[in-house]
Design a binder for this molecule. Sequence first.
Ligand code: BGC
Length: 464
Amino acid sequence: MDVTGPLPSYDNSGSHANSGFVYVMAALAALTGLLFGYDTGVISGALPFVTSDFNLSTGAKEIVTSAVLAGAVIGALFSGRVTDAIGRRNSILIIALIFTAGALGAGFAPTVGWLIAARVIIGLAIGVGSYVGPLYISEVSPAEVRGRLVTFNQLAITGGILVAYLADYALADFGGWRWMFGVAVIPSLILLAGMFFMPESPRWLLKQGRTAEARSVLSRTQSPDLILAEMNAIRESEYEQKGNWRDLFRGGPRRALIIGVGLAIFQQITGINTVIYYAPTIFQSAGFGSAQNSILPAVIIGIVNFAMTIVALPLPDRVGRRPLLLIGLIGQFVGLVALGIVFLSSNISGTLGWLAVLGMVVYVGFFAIALGPVFWLLISEIYPLRVRGLGASVATVANWGSNLVVSLTFLSLLNLIGTSFTFWLFAVMCIFSWIFTYYLVPETKGRTLEQIEAEERAGFSRIK
Ligand code: BGC
């Protein structure tokens, strides 16, 4: 297959008949991202209240925060197999049910053990959702809007985090951590109802040999003259070969695996979730004020995270994935170094407190335009179809696994080496991530998934 230029069928950007329908599909699937964001972000404002209700130690606080991540690791572990076996759509329907049950379980939790169990169950759904949401979106999207639509999922994640912070802030008045966890029932039910009316991914249908159904779905997402080209392109990507673990560790896929897992780990060990989950806890212990006052900086960070993700929407398809990552990592580095300097002072109140907020804003803003969305985008597109499910789920597991390790150790790390050195440690990780990206991450802008696959067979020789 010629991979040096765009396929003729993709020349007429956005002009296919039913692009509106593709957006509806993407928006609904992105609700998995909203729930991912809500259910992970909500702990931030809930933790100070859960801590005082159940009298939690540092270790217990880390466990309550990380329970959802442990569940997500397990969910992500099985996500590839489950979604390959029962389909992308059915998987989303099932996790919508789990999200609903988990929200009720956490909201009504009579003991901390119960709360931890409910959060692990929610985590299972997040783990599968964080994998299948972007996968479904990338599989139903035409190449010219794929970057934008998959990034849409990150917008949903950050939107979920922001809504969680706002809910935390609004409900803090009467110490309502139960409500904070419970309102996630609403988006869960919307996801369940909406997805019920959406079709299965045409790529998955073709892989199952259900050609007629695949054609009928494509007729709703592509204009008629492009359907055949799209089906042939998918076929050419060797969908008939069922990939296994051995395939993943050979040649092109192995390179993709290293990139996917590497970026997954770097996305987390550069420290993003220490800010996302623990900002109020950090501010409260640094003398910023009451539990509710310390949620306010988190709300600001949530707004910046969300707004910068909107700015990021067109960037992967315009600027390209690689330049974005390289610029974003430099910004994160600067934010972290500044944070470390501010936290050298023992009492972060008044102006210093707001300088700390500014450092976090810079750090989170640059994450939001680059490593945040681009990681999820790249793992949905760098693997050949026959190992795409497997490869993306390994990267997802690595992401949740490293998130778990960082979140489980962060408060202890603060006690051990202090806030400044902790942030500087994350800054050093930004340097490693930059070097990794510079030497290993390929550009995938404007290529069809099938072209990327062909380039991969050639060893990603044309990186830029
Ligand atoms: C990361 C999450 C993080 C979120 C913050 C996502 O891309 O995977 O771990 O909480 O971005 O916006």
